[in-house]
Design a binder for this molecule. Structure first.
Ligand code: ADP
Length: 487
């Protein structure tokens, strides 16, 4: 069977290579995290399918590159139009496949998918200019040229949103793409491939190979014909990919994990602080940016904890298709077991779990209760490792300097949230935090013009605005002499 019906949408379960559907003898099983129901058998690619896809992307490159930003932009806008016309379908599909809230998909995530495509298409047309400058009467002309085949490897926590965050700039830059979506959430990428066909994207410009990371993913990143590798996922996988990329010296852009702090200074608006802290349970904690370490000034810790508990008690856990649900299931049994393993080990070490700490078994197999670990031992696993579930830790500090030291005290540096009532104090603390994004008295304000990425082990490089093109494009300087001209 080469197609399945999911949430009213027909999804082709085969790969999408050179504008055609390609089957594999092997398949993998896809289930819904909502209730464990069987969704379908999905074509499981490996070296052969990757070779086909990279060859198709390589063949399509010249034609796509030659269209220029405007020609490419027209097609990319048609793709964005089709995404917008299919928001409900995409939202329902993604919710079935990855268990995130339907409410979020409809209101925020899927509109953002369209915006990702539109924004980078327009940026390439209107904003990707570097002023020329003179060197002893010679002119330096800087251009952003297409670079070749971009391999995109994406995770399961926001499948189409994170994929288009890469697809948008890669295609706008004139690169062609081979996407390997996460094996737990392959469906939206397949549906998106159909939309690109409908929009008239030339065959071979965008390809999707489904399969496991260790098979299709590993074959892709080791391919010698890639110009770029962009990956979002875990640190161990990034290390494996970096080793494969090194053999071909393929440039990489990595967006990795986090253990971000949510710092509440003594002068913070406590209500705002508690609201922001509870938001860290978003997407059942499966967000790389989450501020999972709540650091609170000792003098306000009790009052803050009371407010936090009040707000957290209002969170409704349940079926993510119900628009009143706040927290859905975890993505997969393997991931669920990993989360509960972290909490059980913390318990065994004597951690004080004041909320949650167990499955919400009434709802089904993969629902884990929002959990709060109070004052975990400094340096312990639960407060240093990325759990990627609805598990927050709360610790106290006695001075701004100590808050900064604790905030910076992990191997990660993706984001930080800082809550304070005093601008100059907040500025001083923010300046000392080591992270790609600092949110002061807010969370998740994301502008596609802004640089996004991680410090330390949270990533390599920045994407967003021209930073994306610095990666996906070949930046070239053409130095023109004033001499030697005949006309
Ligand atoms: P997680 O642990 O959150 O699932 P991973 O980093 O393992 O995160 O997975 C993110 C993406 O990386 C997925 O698409 C996965 O298939 C892919 N992946 C996993 N291992 C490899 C690998 N060795 N080479 C290339 N891609 C991989």
């Amino acid at each position: 069977m080469s197609s399945i019906e999911v949430a009213g949408a027909t999804i082709d379960t085969r790969h999408y290579i050179d504008g055609k559907r390609v089957a594999s003898a092997a398949t993998f099983t896809n289930t819904s995290p909502i209730d464990g129901s069987f969704l379908g058998e999905i074509a499981r690619g490996g070296q052969a399918e990757i070779d086909l896809a990279v060859a198709a992307a390589k063949k399509a490159f010249k034609g796509w590159a030659s269209l220029g930003p405007k020609g490419r932009g027209e097609i990319l806008h048609r793709i964005a139009d089709l995404v917008e016309a299919n928001i409900e379908t995409l939202a329902n599909l993604e919710t079935m496949d990855n268990g995130s809230l339907l409410r979020s998909h409809i209101r925020g995530v899927m509109p953002r998918v369209a915006m990702n495509i539109r924004f980078f298409a327009d940026w390439a047309i209107n904003d990707l200019h570097h002023a020329s400058f003179e060197t002893r009467s010679h002119t330096n002309n800087i251009s952003y040229d297409p670079s070749g085949v971009a391999a995109l490897i994406t995770p399961w926590n926001a499948p189409l949103m994170l994929a288009t965050w890469k697809i948008g700039p890669a295609l706008a830059a004139g690169d062609t793409v081979v996407l390997k979506p996460a094996e737990w959430t392959p469906l939206s990428a397949s549906y998106f491939a159909d939309l690109t066909k409908q929009a008239g994207l030339p065959d071979g410009v965008f390809n999707v190979v489904q399969g496991y990371g260790r098979e299709a993913g590993a074959a892709l990143v080791a391919h010698p014909d890639l110009a770029r590798i962009s990956f979002t996922g875990s640190v161990p996988t990034a290390k494996t990919i970096a080793r494969a990329a090194a053999d071909n010296l393929t440039p990489v852009s990595f967006e990795l994990g986090g253990k971000s702090p949510c710092i509440v200074l003594e002068d913070a608006d406590l209500d705002l602080a508690a609201t922001l802290a509870v938001e860290q349970y978003d997407n059942a904690g499966q967000v790389c940016l989450s501020g999972t370490r709540i650091l609170v000034h000792k003098n306000i810790a009790d009052a803050f904890a009371t407010k936090f508990a009040e707000k957290a008690a209002l969170l409704k856990q349940g079926d993510p298709r119900d628009l009143t649900t706040d927290i859905g299931p975890q993505i997969h049994q393997v991931h669920f077991d990993r989360i509960s393993g972290f909490v059980e080990r913390a318990k065994a070490e004597g951690a004080n779990i004041v909320m949650g700490g167990e499955a919400n078994g009434d709802l089904g197999g993969l629902y884990y209760r929002p959990t709060l670990v109070m004052n975990p031992a400094a340096g312990s696993e639960i407060v240093t490792a990325e759990v990627f579930g609805p598990v927050l830790c709360m610790q106290t500090f006695e001075s701004d300097a100590e808050a900064v030291e604790m905030a910076n005290g992990t191997e990660f540096g993706l984001a930080a949230i800082l809550v304070s009532g005093n601008r100059s104090r907040a500025d001083a603390v923010a300046a000392q935090l080591v992270a790609g994004t600092i949110w002061v008295n807010c969370f998740f304000v994301r502008d596609l013009r802004a640089p996004f990425g991680g410090s330390k082990k949270s990533g390599i490089g920045r994407e967003g605005g021209t930073w994306s093109f610095d990666f996906y494009a070949d930046v070239k300087n053409t130095v023109v002499s004033p001499n030697g001209w005949k006309e």
